[in-house]
Design a protein around this ligand. Structure first.
Ligand SMILES: Cc1ncc(COP(=O)(O)O)c(C=O)c1O
Length: 389
C-alpha cells in the first residue's frame, strides 16, 4: 500500500496544481529536485569537471539504478537526453536493405513512424502495421503469421501516447524470439507506471524517458540494449566516449551500451534520473501499477457518466492514461477551461499517433493521465470541472 499522504508531502507541486499530465511530464518528488539543484550549485562553486570527478561513484550508480528498474545489467544501459534519442540511437544503428520489412503497431508514436518512413525513403524498407485484436491491442498471433525471412525488426510501443492501452509486450517478445527477430520496445509511457523486466518481455532494445511516469527531470532518457544485440549495432554518431581512437587510422567502439552516449551531457539530470528510479523502486512498481490502474478506471467510469462526454480508451489491459472528448467542445478549449481551475491535462492530436487515430476516426482528445500521488478527491474535482464545461 502506498502512503499517499507521504508521497504527496514529498511532491511540492501537489500543493499548487491538480496534476493529470503525468503522461506529458509528471511532478518531480523533492529528492529528485534536491539532487539536481544541489548538484548544479556544486558545479557553480567548484567547477563542472571537478564535481563530476569527485562524485564519479554516485554518477556511475545511476546505471545500476536504471538497470535494476528494468531488470538489466548496468553494461546494457545508455543514458540519453530523451526517449526519442534513445530509440533513434538503436534504430539508426541497424542495417536495412531494400525489401526488408519492419513490423509495427497501429498505435505507434509519430516520431518512430517518421523514422520508419525516412528509412523507407532512404533504404527501401517496407513498413507494415500488425492488426489489432478486437479489444484494441496488437495481436501477437497476427504478428506471427506475418513473419517471413524479410522481417528485420519488430518495433512497437508498450503504452501509446494517446490512451490507456497496454500492448502485450511479452507475447510479442515470445514471437520475436521464436523467429530470432530483433525487437525494439518503446517503453516511454510504461516505465515508472508498471513493473518492467526486459527478460520477461524478451525485448532486445528498450527506450524510455525520465520525465513521465518515472517522475524524473525533463531532458533525460535511457536506452537498454541486450548484450547479445550490442555487437550487431554500430551507432550512427560516435565520439571519443562511445569509441576509442586507437591509432592514426583506427578506432574501436566500446563494448557496452554506453557506445550510444556522447561525452557531454548534464550530470545533474543524470543524477536526478537515478534518484527518480530509486524513488520509484522504493514506492514499489507493483503498488504503483495497482494504484494507477484503479485510479484511471474510476476516472474513466466517472467521466463516462457525465452527459456529453465520451471516453476513448481501448485495450484489454488499461493503465494510467484516460482520453475523452466533450461534445461540441474542442479538446484545446477543455484543456484551457480545466487550466483555469488549476487542473493540468493535455491534448493528443492525430499527428502524434496517426495510424490509430485515423483508423478509429478520432479527433483531438483530452488526455488525463493519473499517477499514484493523485487522489480520489482530485478525480472528483476533475470530473466536476468537466461537467461544468
Ligand atoms: C509512446 C511515446 N513514445 C515516445 C515518445 C517520445 O519521448 P521523448 O519526447 O522523450 O523523445 C513519447 C512522448 O510523448 C511517447 O508518448
Amino acid at each position: 500500500m502506498i502512503d499517499v499522504a507521504a508521497v504527496r508531502a514529498d511532491t511540492p507541486g501537489a500543493a499548487f496544481v491538480t496534476h493529470f499530465n503525468n503522461a506529458g511530464a509528471s511532478l518531480m518528488p523533492r529528492p529528485v529536485v534536491d539532487a539536481i539543484t544541489g548538484y548544479l550549485v556544486e558545479e557553480s562553486l567548484h567547477g563542472g569537471y571537478e564535481v563530476a570527478e569527485a562524485r564519479a561513484d554516485e554518477l556511475r550508480s545511476v546505471y545500476v539504478a536504471i538497470a535494476a528498474l528494468v531488470g538489466a545489467d548496468r553494461s546494457e544501459i545508455a543514458l540519453t537526453d530523451s526517449a526519442t534519442r534513445a530509440w533513434d540511437n538503436a534504430f539508426l544503428a541497424m542495417e536495412f536493405s531494400a525489401g526488408d520489412r519492419i513490423l509495427t503497431t497501429a498505435s505507434e508514436y509519430a516520431s518512430n513512424v517518421i523514422a520508419f518512413l525516412q528509412a523507407s525513403e532512404r533504404r527501401g524498407v517496407n513498413i507494415e502495421v500488425v492488426p489489432n485484436r478486437p479489444t484494441g491491442e496488437i495481436d501477437p498471433d497476427a504478428l506471427d503469421r506475418m513473419i517471413d525471412d524479410r522481417v528485420r525488426l519488430i518495433a512497437i510501443n508498450h503504452v501509446p501516447t494517446n490512451g490507456g492501452l497496454v500492448n502485450p509486450a511479452a507475447e510479442v517478445g515470445t514471437v520475436a524470439n521464436r523467429h530470432g527477430i530483433p525487437y525494439l520496445l518503446d517503453a516511454c509511457q510504461s516505465v515508472g507506471q508498471m513493473p518492467i523486466d526486459v527478460d520477461e518481455i524478451g525485448c532486445d532494445m528498450l527506450s524510455a524517458t525520465s520525465r513521465k511516469f518515472l517522475r524524473g527531470p525533463r531532458g533525460s532518457g535511457f536506452l537498454y540494449v541486450r548484450t547479445a544485440m550490442l555487437e550487431r549495432l554500430s551507432p550512427l554518431v560516435l565520439d571519443l566516449h562511445g569509441a576509442r581512437w586507437d591509432s592514426a587510422d583506427g578506432f574501436s567502439i566500446r563494448p557496452d551500451a554506453r557506445r550510444f552516449e556522447l561525452w557531454e551531457r548534464s550530470s545533474a539530470l543524470l543524477l536526478g534520473t537515478g534518484v527518480a528510479a530509486r524513488y520509484a523502486m522504493e514506492v514499489g512498481l507493483g503498488a504503483i501499477w495497482e494504484r494507477v490502474v484503479s485510479l484511471a478506471a474510476s476516472l474513466r467510469a466517472a467521466l463516462a457518466g457525465v452527459r456529453g462526454v465520451t471516453v476513448h480508451d481501448v485495450g484489454s489491459v488499461q493503465g494510467a492514461i484516460a482520453t475523452f472528448t466533450v461534445q461540441e467542445r474542442a479538446a484545446i478549449d477543455v484543456k484551457a477551461a480545466l487550466a483555469d481551475a488549476a487542473i493540468n491535462v493535455s491534448v493528443v492530436t492525430p499527428n502524434s499517433a496517426r495510424f490509430d487515430m485515423e483508423a478509429r476516426n478520432l479527433p483531438d482528445l483530452v488526455r488525463a493521465s493519473v499517477h499514484y500521488f493523485n487522489t480520489d478527491e482530485e478525480i472528483d474535482r476533475l470530473v466536476a470541472a468537466v461537467a461544468r464545461i
